[in-house]
Ligand binder design. Structure first.
Ligand SMILES: Cc1cc2nc3c(=O)[nH]c(=O)nc-3n(C[C@H](O)[C@H](O)[C@H](O)COP(=O)(O)OP(=O)(O)OC[C@H]3O[C@@H](n4cnc5c(N)ncnc54)[C@H](O)[C@@H]3O)c2cc1C
Length: 668
């Protein structure tokens, strides 16, 4: 292997030398675009094993078939579909390429061009003012263009995203008896136990006596060899009788619509799985990668120099097919038992050519509707409902409807009070108080009996200090309360909408004073009692309009809708306006941040919050009973709710401090 010179700058560096890089190099070679180029290939694997079976369907006139004809090992013109029998695929054909044939072809090119090859992992792909570079084996190697097809790393799934696996164990077998119709492949035969996932068999006959029989699983759990063994054996015996196992294929493809961790770097082109070329709902990628390579080769041949090639910014696919994929992934993850019936109905009810065009994302919307009409509706409807509820605009939209309803019911009416206070109390019990009752978990993630007593004591002392300050200097206490509330509200909202810390604080101040200032009379009736302070001027409700315009420019529907319902809430009593913000926006948003940090389900967090949550209510009762200003407390009298706000101020001080540590951790 030629020595790698530290200072050498290559024309192209291929970080990763798998299918995507191979397909690109082949096409560049066919167009004579590799002559006189210095090329470096870096991959930790030698690529001398047959590790994958690449299958794809195509029309005989398609370029992929013409270009890769010499590599195509087997082709099938019919498919056997369970309950639908033997079906011709024409005009399509299902093709198979062994990965080793592709790698061997590349090895020949590598030798004839005399490229450099480094058997090593690339530790970093980056770029600076001098261009793009990689770091491998501790050395910096520069490339005018770097093609990065290293195995992707997926970000943690966000709401509405799903990450599962297509895992498979396949045996290449030799049978004693002749395989009927060796030009017929079997796709998705569900005549196997589902084992809590979606499982099926593929059979690809290579000759009248040899075939690849593969058990495939769609699901969260990866199929292992031992788990597949009995099912493969039973299936093969049932369909082909006695057999000899010749080779094994084990693989796993992420089925994911989560984001892939990628930096947008000048002169770095992302390829293959790293550039979202794997279709999330099927795991097929080969044809997508071929087409992507063709696009790149066209750009390179038009521009002539690699330096001019446009940098691509890989983005997760959007659009209707990505949406269909996300629905199916959701079903496969959460109701895997529905997978079998969905795929069976699809293959039984829809012509196979249409199914394959649909999977190639080539069908029209009206064809899509006809396909959906053949599928069971309820799993898709429930997945759709779930998706909608996870959309960022959904919660503010519901809060907007709630504001409209309360306005419609009329100020101070019996119905408005029943519904408003009912929701307020329910919200406080379910999320409002509990979201601040899991601070003990933020540090360690679990109940730590050694640290807990100190934590609780500090917590109570901080709360007591605030109560004491309020008792001594209510003016100062209320100002401090308003400042840390603005900080805290702004912090949670700012995280949600991607604001900087300064903007978050500005937003927090505006928001709090908007709610208070648009209810000046009620606010002053409370603050004058609990803090001996009043707001000097009222806020007209229209002052929110610049924020609305800005949110529209930012194209943040959830922010725009929040501003709209805040605007509407200026027409509601103060307690409802503040309660809707505190519970519907702040507590739920913070809860989501906490649950992402703790990686616990909502139910578990709520249960873990219960002792502190209960404690908080007990302290509130004692507070109301003992606090001097609470004598004769009357729920109907808004001004007397001040007692409740003092209580909130006391218990929220330690909570704000805890959440500050969580948010600083998150942004590390
Ligand atoms: C077993 C299997 C069978 C498949 N069958 C099909 C099929 O029939 N049809 C289809 O359409 N799709 C199929 N796929 C999906 C897809 O086509 C393949 O995963 C394909 O290999 C993806 O190409 P790629 O170049 O992105 O990744 P790969 O081919 O996996 O290549 C990535 C390369 O990067 C290297 N690498 C990883 N980390 C580093 C690093 N840090 N530095 C340098 N190099 C690194 C790896 O060693 C590897 O060589 C299959 C996938 C698997 C796993």
């Amino acid at each position: 292997m030629p020595e790698i010179a530290l200072s050498k700058t290559y024309d192209y560096i291929f970080a990763g030398y798998g299918a995507a890089a191979s397909l690109l190099i082949l096409q560049l070679h066919h167009k004579n675009l590799l002559d006189k180029l210095n090329i470096l290939i870096v991959d930790p694997e030698r690529k001398n094993k047959n590790d994958k079976t690449f299958c794809f369907w195509a029309n005989k006139d398609e370029d992929i078939v013409k270009d890769l004809k010499h590599l195509i090992k087997h082709s099938w013109s019919n498919v056997l579909i369970q309950n639908a029998g033997n079906t011709p695929l024409a005009p399509l054909t299902y093709h198979h390429i062994s990965s080793i044939d592709l790698y061997d072809e590349l090895l020949k090119l590598e030798k004839s061009y005399n490229w450099d090859r480094l058997i090593s992992a690339v530790d970093k792909v980056s770029s600076d003012e001098n261009g793009a570079f990689i770091i491998a084996k501790g050395e910096i190697l520069r490339g005018k263009k770097i093609f990065d097809s290293r195995t992707p790393i997926y970000e943690k799934t966000k709401a509405g995203e799903t990450h599962i696996f297509q895992s498979f164990v396949g045996w290449e077998i030799e049978t004693n008896r002749l395989i009927e119709n060796p030009d017929t492949c079997r796709l998705m035969d569900f005549d196997v136990e589902q084992k809590g996932s979606t499982q099926f068999m593929y059979v690809l006959p290579f000759s009248p006596t040899t075939a690849l029989v593969e058990l495939t699983r769609f699901g969260s759990e990866i199929l292992c060899e031992t788990a597949a063994e009995k099912q493969l054996q039973d299936y093969i015996h049932k369909h082909f009788g006695e057999f000899k196992k010749q080779a094994i294929e084990i693989g796993c493809i992420p089925m994911s619509n989560a984001e892939i961790r990628n930096d947008t770097l000048k002169d770095v082109v992302l390829l293959g799985a790293r550039n979202y070329k794997v279709k999330p709902s099927t795991g097929y990628a080969f044809k997508n990668m071929y087409h992507h390579a063709s696009e790149l080769v066209n750009s390179i041949s038009n521009l002539k120099t690699p330096k001019e090639l446009n940098v691509e910014h890989a983005k997760a696919p959007t659009g209707r097919f990505a949406f269909y994929d996300s629905l199916l992934l959701h079903i496969l993850k959460n109701k895997p038992q529905n997978g079998k019936i969905i795929f069976q109905d699809l293959l039984k009810g829809v012509e196979i050519n249409t199914v394959l065009r649909f999977l190639d994302e080539k069908t029209s919307f009206s064809e899509d509707l006809k396909i959906f009409a053949k599928l069971p509706w309820s799993p898709f409807l429930s997945a759709l409902f779930y998706k909608i509820t996870q959309m960022s605009w959904f919660r503010p939209f519901i809060l907007m409807l709630l504001c409209l309803l309360l306005i419609f019911l009329g100020k101070g009416t019996f119905l408005q009070s029943i519904i408003g206070y009912g929701l307020l109390i329910t919200g406080l019990i379910t999320v409002g108080i509990p979201h601040g009752a899991v601070d003990h978990l933020i540090e360690t993630g679990k109940w730590d009996s050694k640290k807990a007593p100190r934590f609780i004591l500090t917590y109570l002392l901080q709360a007591a200090a605030m109560a004491f300050l309020w008792y001594l200097l209510p003016e100062l206490a209320i100002i401090i309360f308003l400042v840390y509330s603005s900080w805290h509200f702004g912090q949670a909202d700012g995280k949600q909408w991607g604001f900087s810390p300064v903007l978050s604080f500005i937003w927090g101040v505006f928001l709090l004073f908007y709610i208070l200032g648009t209810h000046m009379k009620e606010t002053n009736s409370i603050t004058s009692i609990i803090g001996h302070l009043t707001l000097p001027i009222a806020f007209p409700s229209w002052v929110i309009i610049p924020w609305i315009i800005w949110s529209i420019i930012r194209k943040q529907a959830s922010f725009s809708l929040t501003l709209i319902w805040l605007f509407l809430s200026s027409q509601l009593p103060l307690l409802f306006a503040f309660g809707i913000y505190f519970i519907g926006q702040h507590s739920i948003t913070s809860w989501k941040h906490i649950s992402a940090h703790l990686k616990l389900s909502n139910r578990k967090i709520w249960l873990q919050s219960l002792p502190f949550h209960t404690g908080a209510w007990i302290i509130l009762m004692l507070f109301i009973y003992f606090y001097p200003a609470s004598k004769g407390f009357n729920v109907q009298d808004t001004s007397q709710w001040g007692i409740f706000f003092i209580f909130i101020a006391c218990i929220s001080l330690p909570h704000v401090i805890s959440m500050q540590s969580l948010y600083t951790k998150k942004s590390d």
